[in-house]
Design a protein around this ligand. Structure first.
Ligand code: NAG
Ligand code: NAG
Ligand code: NAG
Length: 400
């Protein structure tokens, strides 16, 4: 533009000098600025990382509470910090922050949000817990607990202890997500475990002991099934395990490579693909893919078709439905030699993976007899290998 402008040579030269000065100043300012930004980025990063770990360690180490308030404050700080997780402001709190009192601030924040936003927040919370717990191939293990299951000496205590006495099962705890169905159970989880998620349903109190097949029990089972569907939708595979199952060995080597949906059996009477086997919905391994997504939608939807039945009984009916064949779902029933229960106990401790206190309704009976099983296991593990071969179970006392 200046080429065709009317300015004289001198005027042009002065202008040019001025421009150079301005450019120099700008350059210096820019350099300063980038330095400041660079340094702040690097001084902030470790702190935000530290925060995340701190939170995790909080939950495992915080024995009583007292500093619960700190946890809550921190999560708010985090959510407003510019380079924190961009995905979800304000939702970081209740899923992971330490314990006790954090839920009230979150809920008051969420109270103003639309149901849709709330649900998105829940999913982001869940996703965060899942991603921390998942194996490299995006698999998590999960169980559900509620207030009634966490008293000292409870099934939940036995369940956790199992991972420590099993053969090389301890690492599985890194992949175990405890899903708490009420606030108290959630707080308890944070005291004893790394990966906790609060599945709290608005307007429903799942804290009490729900008797087998009571309406409350049914509701819980169906809610749980719906939750499994959510996990699959988020792209995670899962092993679901009831809390009255003790894990003695790593189950992964015993799963089928070519199956979408693998489930334990009450009685394993036929081959693994034979639909006549009776499923036990207390233990299953499900891969996330289009077939299992369709299947879970169908299964959850069948609640209405068969009112008054729990999800396991409904499964036992719909397993024959042509729909399953149509979508090509590959189902396998797991052999009770490996995945056993009181209904049909494994005869061989040398191969057993899990023992389920099924076919036994009363909680105290379950606890008592699972203890016997665990004592047996400890004795078995202490034997020299040449004497392990012939070891068998002590007679159970209360569960048939
Ligand atoms: C949370 O704090 C409030 C007051 O700050 C208190 O009234 C409430 O009982 C606390 N809740 C829990 C679960 O500690
Ligand atoms: C425990 O696991 C190790 C490693 O997989 C194996 O060598 C050993 O035989 C197992 N012990 C029992 C009692 O299963
Ligand atoms: C940052 C930090 O302190 N991380 C620790 C959290 O706790 C685990 C064990 O519980 C340690 O291995 C981490 O180093």
């Amino acid at each position: 533009m200046s080429k065709d402008g009317g300015c004289h040579h001198l005027c042009h030269h002065l202008l040019y000098q001025n421009q150079v000065v301005i450019w120099l100043i700008l350059l210096v300012v820019a350099a300063d600025l980038s330095l400041v930004l660079y340094r702040s980025a690097f001084s902030n990063n470790p702190s935000s990382q530290h925060f995340t770990f701190g939170q995790e360690n909080d939950s495992s180490s915080s024995s009583q509470d007292g500093d619960s308030k700190v946890g809550g404050d921190l999560s708010f700080q985090k959510s407003t910090s510019p380079e924190g997780d961009t995905s979800a402001p304000s939702l970081s709190s209740s899923a992971q922050s330490s314990n006790g009192n954090r839920s009230s601030p979150t809920e008051s924040v969420q109270g103003n949000l639309s149901p849709q936003v709330k649900q998105e927040n829940e999913e982001t919370k869940l996703e965060r817990v899942l991603s921390k717990a998942a194996t490299a191939d995006k698999t998590i293990i999960f169980t559900t607990i509620n207030d009634a299951w966490i008293t000292p000496g409870s099934l939940f205590d036995l369940f956790l202890e199992g991972f420590n006495i099993g053969n090389e099962t301890q690492y599985l705890l890194n992949h175990l997500v405890i899903v708490a169905m009420d606030q108290k159970a959630y707080s308890h989880c944070l005291e004893v475990h790394h990966h906790c998620y609060a599945l709290i349903t608005e307007g429903v109190d799942f804290s009490g002991r729900a008797n087998y097949m009571s309406p409350q029990y049914m509701k819980m089972m169906w809610r749980r099934l719906d939750f499994m569907r959510t996990i699959l939708e988020l792209g995670y595979n899962f092993i679901f395990t009831d809390t009255d199952i003790i894990w003695f060995r790593d189950p992964f080597p015993h799963f089928y490579e070519d199956a979408d949906f693998q489930i334990a059996s009450d009685q394993y009477q036929f081959t693994s693909t034979d639909l006549r086997n009776r499923p036990n919905a207390g233990f299953m391994y499900v891969r996330s893919n289009s077939r299992t997504l369709q299947f879970y939608k169908f299964w959850c939807g069948s609640k209405k078709t068969y009112p008054g039945k729990n999800e396991q009984d409904v499964l036992n009916i719909i397993k024959f439905d042509p729909f399953i064949k149509r979508i090509g779902l590959r189902i396998r029933f797991l052999d009770t030699a490996y995945f056993s229960g009181f209904c049909q106990p494994s005869k061989d401790l040398n191969v057993l993976c899990t023992m389920h206190a099924n076919c036994c309704v009363d909680v105290h009976k379950k606890i008592h007899d699972l203890r016997l099983v665990m004592d047996d296991w400890k004795k078995y593990m202490a034997l020299p290998s040449n004497r392990k071969k012939r070891y068998s179970w002590t007679q159970r006392k209360y569960c048939v």
